[in-house]
Design a protein around this ligand. Structure first.
Ligand code: COA
Length: 331
């Protein structure tokens, strides 16, 4: 029997047009452009309109990638959405995207909850689905409306996040030379689960007058602790993904680390043996878009011509849980 391989057919994005700058934030909380820029590298972030939900921006990213892949939504066998800001607890955002794409044929759809690592977890899951023969063309989306779960009175978190969506079509190929997914590495450690979380709205603390009054439906984070583990695990992950792909980090054409903080990106860059110009950075424009971050980075790197056919790219992510994940892809 022939072996199945997985190729990246196309990537796409949707970035909401509305921009919130550090100067806008100066008027909302006790902060300054100078503090945000020096501590995080972020200058601005994009925010959805109030009427927009995660499935809306996920659908727009899906339309972009379908057009670039030159395939019809009817050719899809599965839709997988990585998100921690779903439209609702259920049904999955993936099912709502299926409805919004007006797909008539039967397919399967589900969400992944692995916080900022969700998209790379998605690459691992979808790769297994295609290799096992379960499906041929899968739409994988990373989409977040972080602005909807942000406490706009908390200066320690509200300056960090932004909204956006990225999408990828992964397809079956029997030609080993077309194989795009050279390695995937996943990790998690739940002992850190109370360092970055949204306390209310789940079964532990359902919505009540008290949870709304105390702003418990928004992100709570112990920034310093997250920072330390993020650097260690992202460095480990980059090295591990390259080792599994049988290459050295210096053989990479581009490293796309999770974009939460420029200081984290720089610290990772120093510890991974790679030239600084091979490290992709867009945190200044978008802030941390959680699971949408690495796919938007990859899609932008392709559109900007920073990578081309045959380039080897390592994506590294890190997020709540804690979770971490990395992969080496060949375009
Ligand atoms: C959040 C983060 C930017 C804070 O940077 P830091 O250098 O650790 O800053 P600290 O938490 O030590 O805060 C320093 C001071 O700045 C203050 N401060 C915090 N946010 C501020 C803001 N937006 N504007 C001005 N001052 C602020 C703090 O209150 C603190 O004041 P104090 O010393 O009087 O208590 C940083 O820790 C970080 O990026 N952590 C990781 C975040 C992350 O990756 N999250 C997502 C993972 S997926």
């Amino acid at each position: 029997m022939k072996e199945n391989y997985v190729k990246i057919t196309a990537t796409g994005t949707y970035i909401p047009p509305k921009i919130l700058t550090n100067f806008n934030l100066e008027k909302m909380v006790d902060t300054t452009d100078e503090w945000i820029t020096t501590r995080t590298g972020i200058k601005e972030r994009h925010i959805v309109e109030e009427t927009f939900s995660t499935s809306d921006i996920a659908t727009l990213a899906a339309k972009d990638v379908l057009q670039k892949a030159n395939i019809s939504a009817e050719d899809l066998d599965a839709i997988v959405v990585a998100t921690i800001t779903p439209d609702m607890l259920f049904p999955s955002t993936a099912c709502i995207v299926q409805k919004k794409l007006n797909i008539q044929k039967e397919l399967f759809a589900f969400d992944i909850s692995a916080a900022c690592s969700g998209f790379v977890y998605g690459i691992a899951i979808v790769t297994s689905m295609i290799k096992s023969g379960l499906c041929n063309n899968v739409l994988l989306i990373g989409a977040e409306t972080m602005s909807k779960f942000t406490n706009w009175k908390d200066r320690t978190t509200c300056v960090l996040f932004g909204d956006g969506a990225g999408a990828m079509i992964l397809s079956k190929t029997e030609d080993k030379n077309e194989n795009s997914i050279l390695s995937v590495f996943l990790g998690a450690d739940g002992k850190y689960s109370d360092l970055l979380y949204i306390p209310a709205g789940g079964s532990r603390m359902p919505a009540s007058e008290k949870t709304v009054k105390e702003n418990l439906h928004t992100i709570i984070m112990s920034g310093k602790e997250v920072f330390k583990v993020a650097v260690t695990k992202m460095v480990e992950s980059a090295k591990k993904a390259c080792e599994l792909a049988g290459i050295k980090t210096k053989d990479l054409d581009l490293l796309i680390p999770h974009q939460a903080n420029l200081r984290i990106i720089n610290a990772v860059g120093e510890r991974v043996e790679i030239e600084p110009e091979k490290i992709f950075v867009n945190v200044q424009k978008y802030g941390n878009m959680s699971s949408a971050t690495t796919i938007i980075g990859l899609s932008e790197a392709i559109d900007e011509g920073r990578v081309k056919k045959g380039s080897k790219v390592c994506l590294i992510s890190f997020g709540a849980g804690f979770t971490w994940a990395s992969c080496v892809v060949r375009l």
